[in-house]
Design a protein around this ligand. Structure first.
Ligand code: VGL
Ligand code: ZN
Length: 203
C-alpha cells in the first residue's frame, strides 16, 4: 500500500543506513574543462551543504572520479564519443578546489581500464560490496553529469536493491541533445529514485 498522501515517502533527513555519493565533480566537467558541463560549477555549493550534513551525522561519504588512461576507448581518437577528459593524475581529473573533501571520505576511481567505459560508479569498482559492508541501504546522489554517470549510478544502485535519493539541486546534464538531462531525471524517478532539494532538508 502507498503511504498516506500527507506522509513523506521517505524520511527527509539522512540517518543510519544512508551514504552520500558525489559523482564525478572534477575540473574537466566544469565550465572551461575538457568536457565542461554548462553550470557544472553550480553543483559545488549545494554539494558542500550535503557533505557537511553527512559529515556531522557521521555517515559515509563517497566521491567518485572518472579516471581514464590517455588512450581510453571513449576518446574521439579511438572512435569514442568524447574529447580526452579526466586523464588519471592530470589537473583536469582533480577535484575542484572549492569542493569540500573531508578527511576519511572514500574516493572511488572508475573507467581506469583503456578498453571499457564505466559511467556507473558501481561498474568494476567494488562500490556495491563496500556499501553493503557499511550497512548502507540508501544512497543520496549528486554530481555530474545527470544524463551519464549520475543516471547510470542511480540505475545501478536501484538494481542492487539500494534506495536512491536524487539531489536535484546538485546535478547538471551534458545535454548532447537538448532535454537529455530532463529525460534522465524523469527516468530515475520512474525507476524509483526519490527527488530531494536542499530546501526540503533545511526549510
Ligand atoms: C561522464 C561523459 C564521459 C560523466 C564521464 O561523468 O557523466 N560523462 N565520461
Ligand atoms: Zn569519461
Amino acid at each position: 500500500m502507498p503511504p498516506p498522501s500527507d506522509a513523506p515517502a521517505l524520511p527527509r533527513l539522512p540517518g543510519p543506513g544512508d551514504a552520500l555519493l558525489v559523482v564525478d565533480v572534477q575540473n574537466d566537467f566544469l565550465p572551461g574543462g575538457a568536457l565542461g558541463v554548462a553550470d557544472g560549477d553550480r553543483v559545488i555549493a549545494p554539494l558542500n551543504r550535503y557533505i557537511h550534513l553527512f559529515l556531522q551525522a557521521g555517515l559515509p561519504l563517497v566521491f567518485t572520479r572518472d579516471w581514464h588512461p590517455p588512450d581510453h576507448c571513449s576518446f574521439q581518437a579511438r572512435g569514442g564519443p568524447w574529447p580526452p577528459h579526466c586523464v588519471a593524475g592530470s589537473p583536469g581529473a582533480a577535484f575542484p578546489a572549492g569542493l569540500h573533501i573531508p578527511a576519511g571520505a572514500t574516493v572511488v576511481s572508475k573507467g581506469a581500464s583503456a578498453e571499457a567505459d564505466a559511467y556507473s560508479a558501481f561498474q568494476g569498482t567494488g562500490l556495491g560490496a563496500y556499501l553493503q559492508r557499511l550497512g548502507c541501504r540508501r544512497v543520496f546522489v549528486g554530481g555530474l553529469a545527470t544524463d551519464y554517470c549520475v543516471l547510470a549510478t542511480v540505475r545501478d544502485a536501484l538494481v542492487q536493491g539500494l534506495e536512491a535519493v536524487l539531489l536535484r539541486d546538485a546535478v547538471r546534464p551534458v545535454d548532447v541533445s537538448p532535454g537529455d538531462g530532463q529525460r534522465a531525471e524523469d527516468e530515475m524517478l520512474r525507476l524509483g529514485a526519490f527527488p530531494l532539494i536542499w530546501d526540503e532538508v533545511a526549510p
